[in-house]
Design a protein around this ligand. Structure first.
Ligand code: XMP
Length: 258
């Protein structure tokens, strides 16, 4: 089963379209055990309200991929959830291949990559290894931060039509052509979600980070066409993480087919 299909199945089973971003602020690297325990504690508290967990440098850097993060990936799977690595792979193909091989070897079901690096000797090796191992690749289309416009919002010439188009429109079309498993569009830009959803329709899901702290709103993102929310600090830093996750999970139930 493809990663895309596994996400759909897991979301239905868990009745949630929330991806937990297991991100914590910097803490003393000598107290890594505490960080690992904290991550496990949050996972225990919220696993009923999420369908997947996304891990970023916040945990890979202090814990190490095979010393600490792999343990978390195992726990994530034991909870019936999928694990996504947000490495935003963006290097030459040979390096991207090694990045993907290590993260897939650690058990990740999918990783996030940056289409700016292109296909040949860029992202192609990641897609090749992902298909071989039946794992997923999710592509950035329009990021959630303020400066996203400088890259993802640039006007470019479409190589096929020779017409002017937006960079993010081109990335959405490439995600379809390359048979990616989804695209990331910031919840802080619902109009971009809408525009990209028009291109992708039901063929590819939109993952939307930027809820809460960054200013995005769950219901607006879903109404615009997001299929999954990616939420970190709003849950992690809350007094009661499970209550926040439960509320976000309920917002997702308004999605068509959710
Ligand atoms: P917060 O705390 O803002 O964290 O809920 C969001 C998480 O998602 C990552 N992030 C993004 N990842 N494309 C991505 O692939 C984006 O546009 C984007 N915006 C935020 C962020 O690094 C954190 O892990």
């Amino acid at each position: 089963m493809s990663f895309r299909a596994k996400m759909e199945e897991t979301a239905k089973k868990k009745e949630s379209r929330v991806v937990l971003a297991l991100d914590f602020p910097f803490s003393n690297p000598e107290k890594r055990e505490e960080l690992l325990a904290r991550a496990q504690h949050v996972l225990e508290a919220v696993h009923s309200y999420v369908c997947a967990v996304k891990i970023n440098h916040h945990l890979v850097l202090p814990l190490g991929t095979f010393d600490g993060v792999q343990l978390l990936v195992t726990r994530i799977h034991e909870k019936g959830l999928l694990a996504i690595m947000d490495c935003k792979a963006n290097d030459i193909g040979a390096t991207n291949q090694v990045i993907a091989e290590y993260y897939y070897a650690a058990g990740f079901d999918a990783l996030i990559a940056n289409p700016f690096v292109g296909w040949e000797e860029g992202l192609k090796p990641i897609f090749d290894i992902a298909r071989k191992l039946r794992r997923g690749v999710i592509l950035l289309a329009y990021m959630s931060h303020k400066g996203a416009d400088e890259g993802y919002g640039q006007t470019i010439y479409d190589e096929e039509t020779g017409m002017k188009t937006a960079q993010y429109v081109s990335f959405a079309k490439k995600a379809l052509r390359w048979n990616a498993d989804g695209v990331v569009v910031g919840a802080t830009y619902p109009e971009k979600i809408r525009e990209i959803h028009e291109i992708l329709r039901e063929n590819l899901p939109i993952y939307s980070p930027g809820i809460g702290v960054q200013g995005g709103a769950a219901e607006i993102a879903f109404k615009a066409g997001a299929r999954y929310l990616i939420v970190g600090r709003d849950i992690i830093l809350a007094q009661n993480p499970s209550a926040v996750a439960e509320k976000l999970c309920a917002a997702a139930k308004h999605v068509k087919g959710g």
